[in-house]
Design a protein around this ligand. Structure first.
Ligand code: ARG
Length: 468
């Protein structure tokens, strides 16, 4: 903190005696928010313009004063843009910094801007505008990631890979199908941000400190000017809730969970043990001691971002818990977690989109693994049901014995001699071998949403149309 001993401190005389300076400095230290709420500058100007225009239209302030305010706000906007705006700690937050600067620029008329307004509804407006924009930006970034996944899925709609449950080989799937699973997840994430936006899109401006205003304000007009659907209906609620931010953080947390899962898969896939995928130098780093290393740091960091994003949701939830109506200064602690969470989410989304575009599947490796682990056992059981009309439970049992036999002989299911299969179930014929290969397994799964390449291509086409 800069030395502020020379500045006048409110409350200095109250403390008196030996506490002369320090308590005042600490008061400022804990109270000041300009260091972070300066990120609301654009929204603050937007809100003030709408408010001033409405006040003039309603005859609450003179139109010359409103014009002076608008000119001053334009100047401030230019100062912010060219980096000359003086952000000053002694004016505590962005709202008072703007108002103080306005007074320097236009004089007395500046003092009329705050008529029928409080910092309580002002900050609620600013923050809603910020979170609304963040929702829109996030949807755009999620869409960009979906496009990257689609572009990678399309050429690999039929590229075999093992599908896992319990991280054990389960049934063969295609790489395109696997990537498209994430397209679905990120699509729902985008939907959550859209829902959040729709719910938050009401204007708290005009709630004033907490009880509304005795001036003849037009809240519909300011709501419309700021792109809100309508004014909020309860002034106490307007200045005291931050559920819109919690909802946005919840949506961000769920998106970050999805990102962490894909990141974890990339980390696994690039290990020599899996060897399913290669990442280029662009998204890997070396080790300072082990020359052979190629580490998937970007994927690991994306995997980790959920920590701070979910942490932000936890922080703000705990800040809000148990707060009596209406505004309390506790709520100034709402901004940093939100800014930090969205910065982290946006970086993670961009890095993931970059990695998805960068990664190249190792087809032979994945195809080989797709056939391993007796992954077509279900296909054998299904064949027994379809061809021999056996109950699935019985088919399951027979297949289990076939797997055991193949394991004992050290061969894949498809390489088990027919007589071995017939020793278990005499009705089995040689055309069973048609279903025991991963290609056949994958191609047979034609149910809607299944892994058959045709189905995968249909989903890719649907999403491409949707994201146009
Ligand atoms: N900087 C404050 C915040 O972010 C603005 C609202 C202050 N209101 C008040 N009555 N002190 O919450």
């Amino acid at each position: 903190m800069p030395d502020s001993a020379s500045r006048p401190h409110k409350g200095q005389s109250l403390w008196g005696g030996r506490f002369e300076q320090k308590p005042a400095e600490l008061m400022q230290a804990i109270n000041v928010s300009i260091g972070f709420d300066r990120r609301l500058a654009a929204q603050d100007l937007q809100g003030s313009r709408a408010h001033a225009a409405m006040l003039a239209k309603q005859g609450v302030i003179a139109s010359e004063d409103a014009e002076a305010i608008h000119r001053g706000l334009d100047r401030i906007e230019a100062e912010i843009a060219d980096g000359t705006f003086p952000y000053r700690e002694e004016f505590e937050d962005i709202h008072m910094n703007v108002e103080a600067r306005l007074a320097e620029l236009i004089g007395e008329a500046a003092g009329r801007l705050h008529t029928a307004r409080s910092r309580n509804d002002q900050v609620a407006v600013d923050f809603r505008l910020w979170v609304r924009q963040a929702c829109d930006d996030t949807v755009r970034r999620l869409t960009a990631l979906q496009r990257a996944l689609l572009a990678k899925a399309e050429p690999h709609a039929a590229t075999l890979m093992p599908g896992f449950t319990h991280l054990q080989p389960a049934q063969p799937v295609t790489f395109g199908h696997h990537l498209m699973a994430y397209v679905e997840m990120f699509g729902r994430d985008a939907g959550r941000f859209q829902d959040c936006r729709a719910r938050l899109n009401e204007s708290p401006l005009g709630a004033a400190a907490l009880a509304g205003s005795p001036f003849p304000i037009d809240r519909d007009a300011t709501a419309a000017a700021l792109g809100f659907e309508r004014p909020t209906a309860n002034s106490l609620d307007s200045v005291s809730d931050r559920d819109f931010a919690l909802e946005a953080l919840a949506a961000a947390s769920i998106a970050a969970v999805h990102l962490s899962r894909l990141a974890e898969e990339i980390v696994l896939w690039v290990t020599p043990q899996f060897g399913f995928v290669r990442l280029s130098d662009a998204f890997t780093t070396g080790s300072s001691i082990m020359p052979q290393k190629r580490n998937p740091d970007a994927a690991e960091l994306v995997r980790a971002k959920i920590g701070r994003i979910f942490g932000a949701l936890t922080s703000l939830t705990l800040v809000m818990k148990g707060l009596p109506l209406a505004y309390s200064k506790d709520m100034q602690e709402d901004k940093q977690p939100v800014f930090d969470a969205f910065d982290a989410l946006w970086l993670a989304l961009a890095a993931m989109a970059g990695m998805v575009a960068d990664l190249e599947p190792v087809r032979e490796r994945m195809a080989q693994a797709a056939g391993g682990g007796f992954s077509t056992a279900t296909d054998l059981a299904d064949w027994l049901v379809r061809r021999l009309n056996l109950p699935f439970r019985q088919a399951h049992h027979i297949t289990g014995r076939a797997v055991k036999r193949a394991e004992d002989l050290g061969v894949d299911l498809g390489d088990l001699p027919l007589k071995e299969l017939q020793a278990i179930e005499p009705q089995i014929t040689s055309d069973v071998f048609e279903v025991l290969w991963p290609e056949a397994s994958v191609t047979s799964r034609q149910s809607y949403g299944g892994t058959a390449p045709d189905q995968v291509r249909a989903q890719i086409a649907r999403w491409k149309e949707k994201l146009k």
